[in-house]
Design a protein around this ligand. Structure first.
Ligand code: SDX
Length: 432
């Protein structure tokens, strides 16, 4: 909700001046309200990529790219990663406050009791080729949820919005785990109500019917921490996709499927898979200079995957936590001398000293180390972005609910700077 400060910005166009209201944030940059610009001046604003555009007001997540700060409902990400756990963070993102024990127990119980999928959805998986990318399967299955859960698609009913939210958070681990099992030809493993959220996901991914599988508690804690680090991130590309899809009043499952599709891109959530593939391609520290040179070459589309960020112009605070997690997991697995980790550490060191990267504020982002941790846990690179989507679902849902419950909410409909042909008459083919 914006508060009128009485402050305005004066814009003069063709000698005509207009006053545009300025609204202050509780923390961070103020905004200039340009909604009346076209009506009063006949001009649009122009901001491809939305580098200077606030598409909404929100109370959920705050990022300060210069300070390297990330707050979920005001709580710093490093404190939540250290002291909280993912389902408590889900409650915080969805409802705005940390729960007391009774509320937390109730929330965890509701999520636990929605982790199964409609049994007919197993047939849906079998329509995919075995070598289908898990993200192709997750995108399809999430969209298909609206065909199975009609009783939570009416976005105007608060109860249905609540049930859809719980269903999405609860079912994503099952959906992602079954995409993995299907891709490796192993039978689906059903969720268990006696395991916590992260352990349940690992159990559904790695257990097989032929033997007992115990989830390592250090691995489960690392998995839970990865979910927390990826849970929300302000108005990033996939969250903006979910909001735009939701602004047409599409059902929540369709909106989340749109977010999954956007996250898949290697410039966004696909970067963790691309970053590990890049580290494996580099293979040895002796080849790092060759790749650094390619990253700088304007004629070469290659970029250092896992480096740079639209907002963070200092170290991504999630990358710091992820780096520590990487050390813990690799020590546990006994591969602290993993050559890929050596390449990652040397690449980071060189990039942080190289003038090209320093001048452009290109630091490691959350995806740089997450791939190393997930690989050490036993996940194939093709599963990395599906795990990111699993974690980000609660953020997408929280942002979607905030938008739907905003009384000023309208359908999103950007305009354009038209640079095409002016009106001209049709010419018959024999006259062209
Ligand atoms: C995520 O938005 C979010 O919050 C996303 C995310 C989330 O939690 O939702 O944080 C998750 O998507 C993290 C980002 C993961 N992507 C990658 O690691 C892919 C590699 N990174 C780049 O593609 C790039 O840094 C972006 C897309 C992340 C940011 O691009 P910008 O802000 O549009 O920056 P830019 O492309 O304008 O780059 C500015 C300069 C350019 O050079 P010059 O034109 O100034 O000479 O920096 C260069 C770029 O060429 N540059 C890089 C680089 N990233 C930017 N050069 C080499 N390697 C890179 N990785």
């Amino acid at each position: 909700m914006t508060t009128d400060t009485g402050k305005t910005a004066t814009l003069t166009v063709d000698g005509e001046s207009i006053e545009l209201p300025i609204y202050d944030a509780s923390v961070g940059p103020s905004v200039i309200d340009v909604r009346a610009l076209y009506k009063h001046t006949g001009n649009f604003t122009y901001d491809p990529g939305f580098t200077s555009t606030a598409a909404c007001d929100s109370t959920i997540t705050y990022i300060d790219g210069d300070l390297g700060q990330l707050l979920y409902r005001g709580y710093p990400i490093d404190q939540l990663a250290e002291d909280s756990h993912f389902l408590e963070v889900c409650y915080l993102l969805l409802y705005g406050e940390l729960p007391d024990q009774a509320k937390l127990d109730d929330f965890e119980s509701r999520v636990t009791n929605h982790t199964m999928l409609h049994e007919q959805m197993t047939n849906f998986y079998r329509g995919f080729r075995r070598d289908a990318h898990p993200m192709a399967i997750v995108t399809g299955v999430v969209g298909a949820l609206s065909a199975f859960y009609h009783d939570s698609t009416d976005i105007r009913d608060p109860m249905q919005r609540e049930i859809a939210s719980i269903r999405m958070v609860a079912k994503m681990p099952t959906i992602a785990a079954w995409a993995y099992k299907y891709s490796i030809g192993q039978p689906f493993v059903y969720p268990r109500n006696d395991l916590d959220y992260a352990a349940n996901f690992m159990h559904m991914c790695f257990s097989v019917p032929t033997e007992n599988y115990e989830v390592n508690p250090i691995m489960a804690k690392a998995m839970d921490r990865i979910f927390t680090l990826h849970a929300d991130h302000e108005q990033n590309a996939s969250t903006s996709t979910v909001r735009l899809a939701g602004s047409s009043n599409a059902n929540p499952f369709a909106c989340i499927a749109a977010g999954v599709a956007c996250l898949w891109g290697p410039a966004h959530g696909g970067a963790n898979e691309a970053a590990l593939n890049m580290l494996q391609e580099i293979g040895d520290v002796s080849r790092i200079p060759e790749f650094i040179a390619r990253a700088k070459d304007k004629d070469d589309p290659f970029r250092l995957m896992g480096f740079g960020h639209r907002v963070y112009k200092s170290y991504d605070p999630r990358a710091k936590v992820m780096q520590q997690t990487a050390k813990e997991v690799l020590e546990l697995v006994g591969v602290e001398n993993d050559p890929i980790l050596k390449v990652a550490q040397e690449l980071e060191k060189i990039a942080l000293e190289d003038e090209y990267f320093v001048k452009r504020n290109l630091y490691p982002n959350v995806d740089f180390y997450s791939g190393i941790v997930l690989s050490a846990m036993g996940f194939p690179t093709s599963m990395f972005t599906a795990i990111f989507a699993l974690a980000r679902t609660v953020g997408w849902i929280a942002q979607w609910k905030e938008m739907i419950e905003d009384p000023d909410q309208r359908i999103g409909r950007p305009r354009q700077l038209y640079t095409g042909a002016a009106e001209r008459n049709y010419v018959a083919v024999d006259k062209r």
